[in-house]
Ligand binder design. Sequence first.
Ligand code: SF4
Length: 371
Amino acid sequence: MPTLVPLRARGLADAAQAPAVSAPRPGERLELGLVLTHACNLACTYCYTGEKKRVRMTAGIAATALDFGFDAARRRGATLQIGFFGGEPLLEQGLLVAIAEQARARAAALDWPLQLQVTTNGTLLSAALVEELARLRVHVALSLDGTRAQHEAGRPLAGGGSSYDATLAGLRLLVDSSAPFDVIAVVDPCNVAELAGGVEAMIDDGVECITLNMNWGATWDDAAQDELDRQLERVAAIVLAWVRRGRWIRVQPLESALRSVLELGHAVTSSCAAGSRRLAVAPSGRIYGCARAVGEDDGRAAIGDVHRGIVPPSIVAEHGCTCANVEETGDPMVAGRIRIRHDRALEQLAVRLAAAIGDSFAHILVTEQGH
Ligand code: SF4
């Protein structure tokens, strides 16, 4: 087995004592996740959010979390991104809309940039809600695992039955609206064999931005890892084919690896930045390094609360996802061999894709800047 790579650690980059600045610095962003509820209407096999219970965030905790988020962002000189999570956050859509209204009003009063996003299984979307989210400029990240077979392999309704048709109905509402959205597809050994087919199916359904979210906590044996490599090769071929037809399909993490290869000459290992540029607030008001770290909110991984702020000392990994590291190695600071192998395979794939795309990519960048 290859040697595990220890990740560098540093003190929490909290700027709690720094004075607020007048404008955000370019490229600086603070992502603050608000976990609105622990309840969900699905029972995904790979869910990491723990026991589903009807525990919701109160309006008071939400208001204090907004105070914390804007204050932290302004002291760090960072754009604020507020993400709504669960459980299923659309079970609390009244609360979500109220918080989004307050956040937009606060951002306008402070003249501070704000991005809003909700991560949802999509089954509770309606035309009216899609319109409301568009009005509030809430970006929707829809959890859809690809084809019906892929989706049904891991995302049953709570109590049994398929969630696919309800999620697909949500997708169609988003495609038909002017609302910006993307899709998050969980990649697991149970659905990896159809990965490329699922990407193609989603593109055919009108999706242009897809994030492949690896379930590192699953058992990835050698055969599953080989299958993952093959499927990612096919995904890269799909992206290339669309580039040659004049359409840029974004598939993460391939796109980030591709961009860094084309701009820097090598792929930069991604960092989840949990506990520094990424934070999350549980319904209780406890602060965690990211929404994934909240789990059942038993407080063991908490790094503070919205009333007192972040309590140092804490450490964050500079590379990799601390939650994924825990799932694979038991240590938040140590990446596992499967993750390391995947990062290397991704870089090699990005290098080949970059060579194939060549000048087309520069044209795409210029076009994007022109918007
Ligand atoms: S939709 Fe999300 S919160 Fe609900 S069971 Fe699935 S992964 Fe967990």
